[in-house]
Every structure is written in C-alpha cells, then in structure tokens.
Design a protein around this ligand. Structure first.
Ligand SMILES: [Zn+2]
Length: 100
C-alpha cells in the first residue's frame, strides 16, 4: 500500500508509456502522509553517487518544508536521465524522508 503509484509507474515505463504523472502522484501522496503525521520538513534522498544521475544528485540531502515541496514539486527531477529499465530515460527514483 502507498507505493501503488510507484508500481504503476514501473509498469508504464516498461511498456513505454508516460509514467511521470504516476511518479508525481506518488510524491504528492507521500508528502501528505508526512504532513498528516505532523512532520514539517523533508529531506531529498537520491539513489546516491554513481547510482543517480547528476541532475538528481544535485538535490541530494536538500531539506525543504512540506509546503515548499508540494508547491515546487522538485521530485521527480525534471532533468533526470536515469534509464532504469533500459526503455526510457527519466525514471527518477529519488524520494523524501522525514527530516526530524
Ligand atoms: Zn531522481
């Protein structure tokens, strides 16, 4: 549960369809969950050096408020050029973690 949008995005990506909206929904849901849990700030985590593209890695460790994150939607990273499934670039695997 909760990661259904991510699973859907994977399916779409593998079949060559547009997956960006599912990744967006995933992050929006996640941010709302944190908000409901009383969390104020989140930190961006990438797959790490060597495993994330340079565009994504620029955001590694960035801390922002949930309001900012919902407003600016830094994830999925627009310039992401990761080709996770060998089909299409841009499958951004970055995520938010609660900044406590
Ligand atoms: Zn990314």
């Amino acid at each position: 549960m909760g990661e259904s949008h991510y699973d859907k995005a994977i399916e779409l990506c593998k079949s060559g369809e547009n997956f960006i909206n599912e990744l967006k929904k995933r992050h929006i849901e996640e941010l709302h969950r944190y908000k409901e849990a009383g969390i104020k700030k989140v930190e961006i985590l990438t797959a790490g050096p060597g495993n994330s593209c340079e565009e994504c890695y620029k955001l590694h460790g960035k801390v922002l408020t949930i309001e900012e994150a919902l407003k600016t939607m830094p994830l999925p990273v627009r310039g992401c050029n990761m080709d996770v499934f060998g089909v299409e670039k841009g499958f951004c695997r970055c995520g938010y973690v609660a900044d406590l």
